[in-house]
Design a protein. Structure first.
Length: 122
């Protein structure tokens, strides 16, 4: 998958559970889907911070989590000026994640989180 595809995929993957929290009704099935989406989002956050996603996506995983937090704040209906700032942060965060993923795809000496260690492993 290309870097652009990963950015789009992980953005949708983190934003869909958040949309479920805010826009599903509080019926039995709505609450059940909210619980399932919360479990899914928690496992995704674990994967990006502590799990195997750290080695696969580096610091881009933390960027996707920050974008999810900013998207959650936007859905809480902040003042208009705060919304503009948050959308700016989301756009720059996605651009940063794209650059990280693109560099990781091009750099064959990539070693976990350390993007600057250019010494080959023993």
């Amino acid at each position: 998958m290309t870097a652009t595809g990963k950015v789009i995929f992980f953005t949708i993957l983190t934003w869909l559970p958040i949309l479920c929290f805010f826009y599903l009704p509080n019926t039995f099935w709505g609450i059940a889907l909210k619980i399932l989406s919360g479990i899914f989002l928690a496992s995704l956050i674990y994967n990006f911070i502590l799990g195997p996603g750290v080695d696969l996506y580096g610091s881009a995983g933390a960027g996707f989590i920050l974008n999810a937090v900013w998207f959650t704040i936007i859905n809480l209906r902040p003042p208009r000026w705060a919304g503009f700032i948050l959308w700016l942060l989301i756009i720059t965060g996605l651009a940063t994640c794209y650059k990280i993923l693109k560099r990781m795809a091009e750099d064959k000496t990539y070693n976990g989180m350390d993007l600057y260690n250019k010494e080959p492993p023993d």
